[in-house]
Design a protein around this ligand. Structure first.
Ligand code: AP5
Length: 207
């Protein structure tokens, strides 16, 4: 099973990727989490990505393509994987295709921008494992003992910018994957469990 979770910033990709990963026993790979870990470790890739991320811009394609190819070559990806937050541009999608990766499903989480603005203000993430919570809708659990923090790019002005970047750069991927017959839009259902159920029904129905 090779799956992409597509959606605006804050659409719930990370939240749903964690559920599907548990249910299907395949890894969830978030380029955002990989980049944040690189920033924390102070690696050259992290240093390069930081300014783009803090301002809500996309990190250059060549950096992302390098990161994702390296990650997908690891043994835990042999039976399948869930991509969260990548590809995000047509160039990234073409690079994955050129590497011979064929996706079974591209689930596009559909949600209004206004709902996203509300959700982002209540998001808290674990500084250690990257798990995402919401102070009201998804109460934080101390799973790995990491500190809960507000992400730097969750400031309202930066979220607005990230949404604009999504509509301009990432939304065209829906047509890209629709043309390949693998796009499955899923409307946001409110509770996390209802959206997970809708996604899993699509994945199981299609085998
Ligand atoms: P990244 O970390 O990928 O962020 P994002 O795509 O902007 O998405 P988020 O992590 O903000 O949101 P999400 O959809 O995972 O939602 P979540 O589940 O947390 O990227 C960050 C930056 O890195 C980018 O801006 C870019 O600079 C760079 N980058 C990363 N990948 C890149 C790439 N491929 N190319 C170029 N640059 C790249 O949920 C959001 C909130 O809502 C949480 O509080 C959650 O608890 C809550 N919530 C979730 N579901 C529900 C629900 N059903 N009901 C109520 N609350 C809910």
């Amino acid at each position: 099973m090779k799956l992409i979770l597509l959606g605006a910033p804050g659409a719930g990709k990370g939240t749903q990727a964690a559920v599907i990963s548990r249910e299907l026993g395949i890894p969830a790979i978030s380029t955002g989490n990989i980049l944040r870990a690189a920033i924390q470790e102070g690696t050259p890739t992290g240093m390069k990505a930081k300014t783009y991320m803090d301002e809500g811009h996309l990190v250059p394609d060549e950096v992302i393509i390098g990161i994702i190819k390296e990650r997908l070559a690891e043994p835990d990806c042999a039976k399948g994987f869930i991509l969260d937050g990548v590809p995000r541009t047509i160039a990234q999608a073409e690079a994955l295709e050129a590497a011979g990766i064929k996706f079974d499903h591209v689930v596009s989480l559909e949600i209004a921008d206004a709902t996203i603005m509300e959700r982002m203000s209540g998001r808290r993430v674990c500084s250690k494992c990257g798990a995402s919570y919401h102070i009201v809708a998804v109460p934080p659990k101390a799973v790995c003992g990491g500190e809960l923090v507000t992400r730097k790019d969750d400031k309202p002005e930066t979220v607005k910018n990230r949404l604009a970047v999504y509509h301009r750069e990432t939304e065209p991927l829906k047509d890209f994957y629709r043309e390949r017959g693998v796009l499955y839009p899923v409307e946001d259902m409110g509770p996390v469990e209802a959206t997970s159920k809708a996604i899993l029904a699509i994945l199981r129905q299609d085998g």
